[in-house]
Design a protein around this ligand. Structure first.
Ligand code: ATP
Ligand code: RIB
Length: 307
C-alpha cells in the first residue's frame, strides 16, 4: 500500500451464506439430494470490503450484524481479513443477514433475507470522515436512501463513488446522478435501462443499453459479462476486456471481487484502464474457489498471473 493512498469505505450488507452444493438445481416443487453444505461469510458489502483489503487497500466496512452467533463468526472472519469494522454495529432483536444459496454446475441461485442489513441508516453512514482520493462503494442490499446519504457525503469531500446496483432493483436518477462509476451485470443493466438483454448479446447492444440509463452521461460504466469479461464505457469508445480462460467452480462473489478490486486499485492511484484489467484478473481467481468472501484473492496471487 502506498503511504499517500486513499481509503476504501464500503457501506453494505454482511451475510452468512448457507450454501448447498448439488449436481443440479431443483425445478420448482422438486427436491434434489445435495452433496455438501457450507457456511461461508458473504454479503455484497462484506465481500467487496474483503476483496479491497486483501488486494492492498485500507478498507473499512459500514454495516450491521444481528446480536447472534452468525454475527460473531462474521465479525471474527472479517477482522482476520484486515477489514476495519469500527463502523459495523451489532443490532439487538434482529438476525444477521442470511443468504440461502444453491450451487450446481458452478452456477448459483440465491435467496437473501436482509435481517440487520435493512437497518443500515443515514446516521450509520454519517460516521466516516472522507478525504479526497478515498473511494466510497455501495450496493443494493442496504436501503437506497442510506446509499444516497453516503454518496452525498463522499462526493462533498472529493471522494469517488462506485455503485454496484445488485441485486437488480429499480432506481431513479436521484441516486444514479451521485455515482461516478457504475458496475453492473446484464440483468441489472436491463432492469435500469428498461430493455431486455441476454448474456449472449453483442457488446454494442450493452453499450446502447447503457446510453438509455436514466442518468447524466459522463460516468464510467462497467458491464460485467461473466466469462466474457467486462465491457468498459469510459470516454468515447466502449472497450471489451476479455475474461481469462479458467475453470470456474463457484461464481458467487465474482462481481463483488471485481468491484472491491477496482476500488482498491483506484484508491491506490492506478489509472482506470489498468485498474479494470487488474479487477478482471482478480475476479477470474475468485471463480475458481468455493464461497464468496473466502474466495477473494491476494495482490500477490493477482500479480502472479502476469508473470
Ligand atoms: P455474481 O452475482 O455471481 O457475483 P455477477 O453477475 O455480478 O456475479 P459476473 O459478470 O458473472 O458478475 O462476473 C464478474 C466478473 O468476474 C467478470 O467480469 C469476470 O471478470 C469474472 N468472471 C466471472 N465468471 C468468470 C469465468 N467463468 N471465467 C473467468 N472470469 C469470470
Ligand atoms: O454477490 C454475492 C453475495 O450475494 C453472496 O455472498 C450473498 O450473501 C448475496 O448477498
Amino acid at each position: 500500500m502506498r503511504s499517500n493512498s486513499g481509503r476504501v469505505f464500503v457501506a453494505g450488507s454482511i451475510n452468512m451464506d448457507v450454501v448447498a452444493k448439488a449436481s443440479r438445481h431443483p425445478r420448482v416443487g422438486e427436491t434434489v439430494a445435495g452433496q455438501a453444505v457450507h457456511y461461508f461469510p458473504g454479503g455484497k458489502g462484506a465481500n467487496q470490503a474483503v476483496a479491497a483489503a486483501k488486494l492492498g487497500a485500507s478498507s473499512a466496512l459500514i454495516g450491521r450484524l444481528g446480536a447472534d452467533a452468525f454475527g460473531q463468526q462474521l465479525r471474527q472472519f472479517l477482522a482476520a481479513q484486515g477489514v476495519d469494522l469500527s463502523l459495523v454495529k451489532d443490532t439487538a432483536d434482529i438476525h444477521t443477514g442470511t443468504a440461502v444459496i444453491t450451487i450446481a454446475d458452478a452456477d448459483n441461485t440465491i435467496v437473501v433475507v436482509p435481517g440487520a442489513n435493512a437497518l443500515v441508516s443515514a446516521e450509520d453512514v454519517a460516521a466516516p470522515v472522507f478525504s479526497q482520493g478515498d473511494v466510497a462503494v455501495s450496493q443494493f442490499e442496504i436501503p437506497q436512501a442510506t446509499i444516497a446519504a453516503f454518496f452525498k457525503r463522499a462526493r462533498a469531500a472529493g471522494a469517488t463513488t462506485i455503485l454496484n446496483p445488485a441485486p437488480a432493483l429499480p432506481c431513479g436518477p436521484d441516486l444514479l446522478d451521485l455515482v461516478d462509476i457504475l458496475i453492473l451485470n446484464e440483468t441489472e443493466l436491463g432492469l435500469l435501462a428498461q430493455t431486455e438483454l441476454h448474456d449472449s448479446d453483442e457488446p454494442a447492444r450493452f453499450a446502447e443499453a447503457a446510453r438509455r440509463l436514466p442518468t447524466a452521461s459522463g460516468k464510467i460504466i462497467c458491464v460485467t459479462l461473466g466469462k466474457r469479461g467486462v465491457l468498459a464505457l469510459a470516454g468515447r469508445d466502449p472497450s471489451l476486456i476479455p475474461g481469462r480462460a479458467v475453470k470456474a467452480v463457484d461464481t458467487t462473489g465474482a462481481g463483488d471481487c471485481f468491484v472491491g478490486a477496482l476500488a482498491a486499485q483506484l484508491a491506490n492511484g492506478t489509472a482506470i484502464r489498468d485498474a479494470l484489467e487488474f479487477a478482471n484478473a482478480a475476479a477470474s481467481i475468485c471463480v475458481q474457489r468455493m464461497g464468496a468472501a473466502p474466495s477473494m484473492p491476494t495482490a500477490a496471487e493477482v500479480a502472479a498471473l502476469s508473470r
